[in-house]
Write a protein that binds this ligand. Structure first.
Ligand SMILES: [Zn+2]
Length: 340
């Protein structure tokens, strides 16, 4: 629940419900099917030019596949390698979108769903430490024996949860790690900001805490951006929250960019500067745009109902299309795969 602090939420929710009421008359005229994104199959973003993987799941010419687990959770496979990014499955209603956020809520663990979708992993990359990113990582790390890469805080949480020390790689940004046929570069990132320029559950853990059991046990602990480059050619940019240090990412030329955009309106020229710094990536995969307190049984919806325009994926896709018309934007359903 990381975009904003609870103070910002209540003021925003109030504004949205008033606007929503005023707009009801207008909306009523539009075809119910087109607007009722709760049940329609029109994924957010598609109305403004985003594509979906389609029945084929994509051309598959790059030899890389992306599977979305909702929120900022991804599985990236190439050759016999599997890399997970912020894999989180154990979603629940913490009351954040209803103004009843409870940082003392106990963290559930959906072992069955994880078992269904996570068969193996060579690396788990941690974008940042909030529960909707990292809460399931200790379990998945022990289950897969994967190498976990994250900041000092993230590493200390892994230690507290019993992940073997030999599998914990503590980074701070600037590392450029060589593996067999691919590299993983780490770039220091920044967390997104709400209207008060703050975000929920800030902070670090510079000592090994007791094993995390509740939301408040998982502070941000720095945000990290990763670039995976396969065979020295195909490169993937991974960010976990809508913010970045332009001077730190400038010059990266990813083929695929996973971009979080909710509350990007709090950042100066978020999208123009980002696309320029990344040299207008061929493929953009929006991430962390869905209501991750809603069950997986419903199609993914963005958070325009709660936060208004800053969470409206259609509007962000429209902006990207205007700034980078050649970029292909692909939005996905839960547990759907896309192979560019
Ligand atoms: Zn967060």
């Amino acid at each position: 629940m990381c975009f904003i602090d609870s103070a910002s939420l209540s003021s925003l929710a109030e504004g949205v419900s008033r606007r929503r009421f005023l707009g009801a008359g207008l909306v009523a005229g539009l075809t119910a099917a087109a607007m009722d994104w709760g049940t329609s199959l029109v994924l957010p973003g598609v109305a403004e030019g985003a594509e979906t993987p389609g029945a084929s799941g994509g051309p598959g010419s790059a030899g890389v596949s992306f599977k979305w687990f909702g929120t900022d959770g991804w599985e990236i496979t190439f050759g016999n390698k599997t890399i997970l990014f912020d894999p989180w499955f154990s979603r629940f209603d913490s009351g954040f979108f209803t103004g009843k956020f409870n940082p003392n809520a106990t963290l559930p663990l959906d072992e069955a769903l994880i078992g269904q979708h996570v068969k193996k992993a060579d690396h788990i990359l941690i974008g940042h430490g909030h529960w909707d990113h990292m809460a399931d990582v200790p379990y998945i790390a022990k289950k897969t024996n994967a190498m976990v890469i994250g900041s000092e805080t993230h590493a200390n949480v892994m230690r507290a949860a019993g992940v073997p020390e030999g599998k914990i790689v503590q980074v701070k940004g600037g590392e450029y790690m060589q593996f067999d046929g691919y590299t993983i570069e780490v770039v220091p990132g920044i967390h997104s900001m709400g209207p008060t320029k703050k975000h929920a559950v800030p902070g670090h853990l510079y000592h090994v805490p007791s094993a995390p059991t509740k939301i408040g046990d998982l502070p941000e602990g720095d945000s990290l951006i990763y670039t995976i480059t396969i065979g020295g050619k195909f490169s993937i940019f991974l960010m976990s929250t809508a913010n970045y240090n332009e001077r730190a990412i400038a010059g990266l030329k990813p083929d695929v960019a996973l971009i979080a955009s909710i509350f990007s309106n709090q950042i100066h020229d978020f999208t123009p500067r980002l696309l320029r710094a990344l040299n207008y990536p061929k493929i953009v995969l929006p991430t962390h745009w869905d209501n991750f307190e809603a069950p997986f049984s419903a199609p993914p919806r963005d958070l325009r109902d709660t936060f208004g325009d800053p969470a409206n994926l259609d509007l962000w896709v429209k902006e990207v299309k205007q700034l980078s018309p050649k970029s292909q934007i692909v939005t996905m359903k839960y547990f759907e795969s896309f192979a560019p």
